[in-house]
Design a protein around this ligand. Structure first.
Ligand SMILES: [Zn+2]
Length: 117
C-alpha cells in the first residue's frame, strides 16, 4: 500500500484511539468525584503503555476496540497493513475505509463468526 494511504489510515486509527480514551476518561469523571490527581493518573496510564488496572477498568468493548486499533497500528509500522491476517489476501479498500482496524477479509471473518477458523 502506498505510503500516503498508510499515513491516512494511521491518522484514522490514532483518532479512533483518542476517541476511546476520551470517552473512557469522561465516564470515569462522571462515575466518581473528579479529583485532579485521579484524572492525571488516568491520562498517564493512557499515554504510556496500558497497565493491567487500566485495561481492566475499560469495558470489554472498549478494550477489544483498543486492542484492534493498536494491532492495526503495529501492522502499519510493520508494513503488513491492508492484508488479511488469516489468508493474506488484500483487504477490500471500502472495508478498510469503513473499518480501518479490520484484521481479516470478509470471507475469513464470516468463517470466524461461524466458528470455522
Ligand atoms: Zn482472509
Amino acid at each position: 500500500m502506498e505510503h500516503k494511504k498508510l499515513k491516512t489510515f494511521r491518522e484514522k486509527l490514532l483518532q479512533k484511539k483518542q476517541e476511546i480514551l476520551e470517552a473512557y476518561n469522561k465516564n470515569k469523571t462522571y462515575g466518581k468525584e473528579a479529583d485532579e490527581e485521579g484524572a492525571q493518573d488516568i491520562a498517564d496510564k493512557a499515554s504510556n503503555s496500558y497497565t493491567k488496572e487500566f485495561l481492566f477498568s475499560l469495558s470489554n468493548n472498549e478494550r477489544d476496540m483498543l486492542q484492534l486499533v493498536d494491532e492495526a497500528l503495529v501492522r502499519i509500522d510493520g508494513r503488513r497493513y491492508g492484508v488479511c491476517v488469516v489468508c493474506e489476501d488484500e483487504l477490500d479498500k471500502k472495508r478498510l475505509d469503513a473499518v480501518p482496524w479490520a484484521r481479516t477479509c470478509i470471507s475469513c471473518q464470516e468463517k470466524q463468526e461461524q466458528g470455522l477458523l
